[in-house]
Design a protein around this ligand. Structure first.
Ligand SMILES: [Zn+2]
Length: 189
């Protein structure tokens, strides 16, 4: 990296971006034209690959990202975003897109906790959290099998008490190198 830090480079680039009206080709509305929401992993390989491989352009879809591309809790932030997309932005289809070689698959959470301790987090904090019912290791845990995790995410959405009728929920798996998609759960069936 050069001497400039990321923030400085971003701000410098941004000035030109706005000045040259490069935003014009992205102009669209906040309601997704293709009435779809995508939940996918934050994996850096998917940043551009996933929308390109699914033919999604600006304005087409709502995109929700997190570590693993999972819906963990029926009342967590991913599910909340899905429901808002449906009720406020006329979304009719939910795509949960997992991927091969996900970093959240078999994540060694004891290692992660060790890294926290190495970087100055007090062990007492981990213990206090544990005694208050937050098992950090459990909380960080991803999944041992992408198919199982995907099945669970799709099931949480499909069976949600606040999900209206007529919403199609699909589960796909993308190859993070080639972008090839496999259908794991077809919500049109
Ligand atoms: Zn991932």
């Amino acid at each position: 990296m050069d001497k400039k830090n990321n923030l400085e480079s971003i701000l410098e680039f941004n000035k030109e971006f706005v000045k040259n009206k490069e935003y014009e080709k992205y102009n669209t509305t906040k309601t997704p034209d293709r009435k779809m929401v995508v939940v996918s992993c934050m994996d850096t390989r998917l940043t551009e690959l996933l929308p390109q491989a699914m033919s999604i352009k600006n304005g087409d879809a709502k995109i929700i990202k997190n570590a693993g591309g999972v819906i963990i809790h029926p009342f967590g932030s991913a599910m909340r975003s899905i429901l808002v997309s449906i009720y406020e932005f006329d979304v009719k289809e939910v795509y949960v897109v997992a991927h091969d070689e996900c970093g959240m698959c078999n994540l060694n959470t004891s290692n992660t906790i060790q890294k926290m301790l190495d970087r100055g987090i007090d062990e007492a904090t981990i213990n206090t959290l544990y005694n208050s019912g937050i098992d950090v290791s459990q909380w960080l845990h991803g999944f041992s099998c992408i198919e199982e995790s995907l099945k669970r995410s799709v099931s949480i959405v499909r069976n949600h008490p606040l999900l209206p009728k007529g919403i199609h929920v699909h589960g796909l798996i993308i190859n993070p190198v080639t972008g090839k998609l496999r259908v794991f759960e077809n919500g049109n069936d």
